[in-house]
Structure formats: C-alpha cells, structure tokens
Design a protein around this ligand. Structure first.
Ligand code: PEP
Ligand code: MN
Length: 350
C-alpha cells in the first residue's frame, strides 16, 4: 500500500503517517520524490484498514498496489529507477551501458586481453564468471576467489566496472568485496535466501530471468531484494527454454516493454545466452537496443575456440567492435546514446 502525501505536506505530517503505519505493526518507507512524497507500507497489506491512514493530515490518497510485487511496481514508483554501478555506468536513464567479456575468467592473460578489447571497442563494464553454475558437475566450475582477484586487476588496468556472479550467500559476500555489481544467474533466480542475502548486502544486483520464469516470477524475485531495502536491481532477459532445439533458448524481447510498463527497474538483454549461437548474437543485440533495453550484456572472448565455457556463443573482439558501432547508431535513432567511459567522451564521438 502506498500513501501519497499532498503537495506541500510538512515533514511532521509525513512523520505522522510513518508513525501510524509502524503502530499498526508494519514497516514504513518514506519516499520523497520530484513530483510527490509517498510513504510505502511494506508487508502483506491485505488486511490493513486504510481509513485510519486516509484520515491523517497531509494525506492525499491511499493506493492499493494491485500487483503481487509491490515495491518493484510502477504503481509504487512512477519514475524510472537509475542503477549506477560505477561512475558513468548507470542503467535506466538515456545512456545505455554495454557490458562485455568472457563467460568465465580463465587466466590473467585471458581476462586482461578480453578487458582491453572490450574497453577499446566501447564497453563500460567487464563481465566474467569466477563462480560458474554449470549444468554438469564435471564441467569447468570457475576459478573462485582467484577469478575475482583477476577481475580486480582488470578493473585496475582498464577502469571497467566489474559484473560477476554469486551462487550462494558466502560467495555473495566475497563477490561484493571485489565487484561493482553482483550477478544472480538464471539458475538462481528463485533462490530466495540468496536474493535476501544480496538485498541485505546492498550492492547493485543484476538479476537474470530464470530458465522457465514468467515475467511475474522475475518481478517477484526482484521484490525479495527490494524487500530487504536494496532497490539497486537491474533485470536481465536472457531467454527461456522452449520446444525448439534450433537455438539454445528463446530470446523473449517482449520482456523489455513489458517490464518497462510494469516496473520502474531497468532491464537489460543478454543475447549471448538468449540465442547460444555466435552468428545470432549481433542481430539480437541490435534488436534489444531497438526494443528499448537499458543495456546489453555480450560474451566476448579473445580466442573463443579455446574458451572453457560458452565459446560457441562468444563474439570475437572485432565482431564486438562492429556491433558496438551499430548499437551506437540504433541508440541514436531512438533518442538514446551508448554510455562511454568517463574521460573518453570526446574520443567516443568520432
Ligand atoms: C552467464 O552469464 O555466464 C550465465 C551463466 O548466464 P545464465 O545464468 O543466464 O545462464
Ligand atoms: Mn556464459
């Protein structure tokens, strides 16, 4: 439930609403906004008697959020949430950041080569898994802590923000020490204790859509993170399982306008896992930007044929460089721009 204050309501009136909500046994979240101040009632509000709140001084309106997710919904917050993971790397505004890098961190040489290549091509964030959720327990599982240390070296050298996956609570605390944004992978989208954990850690989170998750499931998973007080959540469409073995997953770009309608959170697209095939990545990345995605995440490897995971869907560095040039033109056509690394602004215009 959302209590919208009158225009010009005083702080004392806002405090009065907060106090009443707390007296009723709920948590209150005051949200000063550009247009209005609102106070959210956090929790299952099905039985709340709103007449007590409606009668308080300074209250304009009480809105019952109709969706099962509350804080994630547009009803709760009409303005877009902008999630800034590092200086100049903000998701949800007019600028579109590109995240790129290998599926897994494999060695210092590999991650540094990948980082330099994607930075030179125009990416502003580096991806690379140190903890890998592989379908087989016998497949490469990632370098763990060593992988995180290598990502930190790559950030130091290139200035790229770091996005990397955590698979459990302990890993999430470790990832938070090294990364700018904690990725929750498709297989863990409904790992509710992990969602609560990253909610409490408070760092930006990249939440990927589950393999068979509906948009409603995705938004409810995001709600777990916001319910712990962390609103820095970026959603990610990465394809869902389908009946058709022609592609690894079915890349569902309708998710982008759907999420924009239902939620204030930014949504990016991952055409690498979304298609699973290198030659399908470029067209679908272009389509994602055209559809309004707030970012793209693309797998790029210096030598994909030698990759320890997902080589078949990883772009070669020169393919990625052409893709970024195309994405810049598409973003311009819809009134947006690709984000550039701070300090390289004039160079990126040419
Ligand atoms: C990844 O980003 O490398 C990954 C494992 O993605 P997903 O969780 O979407 O399968
Ligand atoms: Mn991968």
């Amino acid at each position: 439930m959302l209590v919208v204050m009158q225009h010009g309501a005083t702080q004392a009136q806002v405090d009065g609403v907060v106090r009443t909500i707390e007296e009723m046994g709920y948590q209150a979240r005051a949200m000063p906004g550009a247009q209005r101040t609102a106070v959210g009632l956090v929790g299952n509000d099905g039985r709340v008697d709103s007449s007590r709140i409606e009668a308080l001084e300074g209250v304009a309106q009480v809105i019952h959020v109709s969706q099962p997710y509350k804080q994630v919904s547009r009803e709760w917050r009409p303005e877009n949430t902008i999630v800034t993971i590092a200086p100049g790397v903000a998701f949800g505004g007019d600028e579109i950041p590109v995240i790129a890098g290998p599926c897994s961190v494999e060695s210092e040489e590999q991650i540094l080569a990948a980082a330099r290549a994607v930075r030179d091509a125009g990416a502003v964030a580096l991806r690379g898994g140190a903890f890998k959720p592989r379908s087989s327990p016998y497949a490469f599982q990632g370098l763990g802590r060593k992988g995180l240390e290598l990502l930190a070296i790559a950030r130091e050298e290139t200035g790229l923000a770091i996005v990397t996956e955590a698979m459990d609570d302990e890993g999430a605390h470790l990832v938070a020490e090294f990364a700018d944004c904690i990725q929750i992978g498709a297989r863990n989208m409904q790992n509710y204790s992990l969602l609560r954990s990253v909610g409490r850690i408070g760092k930006p989170v990249l939440l990927k859509r589950g393999l068979a998750a509906t948009i409603n499931d995705l938004l409810l998973s995001a709600e777990y993170i916001l319910a712990e007080g962390n609103s820095q959540v970026i959603l990610c469409e990465r394809g869902v399982r389908s009946f058709d073995p022609a592609v690894r997953n079915m890349f569902d770009l309708t998710a982008v306008p759907l999420v924009h309608k239902l939620s204030h959170l930014p949504i990016i697209a991952d055409p690498s896992h979304g298609t699973g095939l290198r030659d399908k990545v470029t067209p679908m990345a272009r389509a994602a930007i055209a559809a309004g995605a707030d970012g793209v995440m693309v797998e790029v490897h210096p030598t994909p044929e030698r990759a320890l995971s997902d080589g078949g869907q990883s772009l070669y560095p020169d393919q990625f460089a052409s893709l970024v040039r195309e994405l810049r033109a598409i973003a311009g056509a819809i009134g947006r721009t690709l984000a550039v690394q701070p300090g390289t602004r004039s160079a990126a215009r040419v």
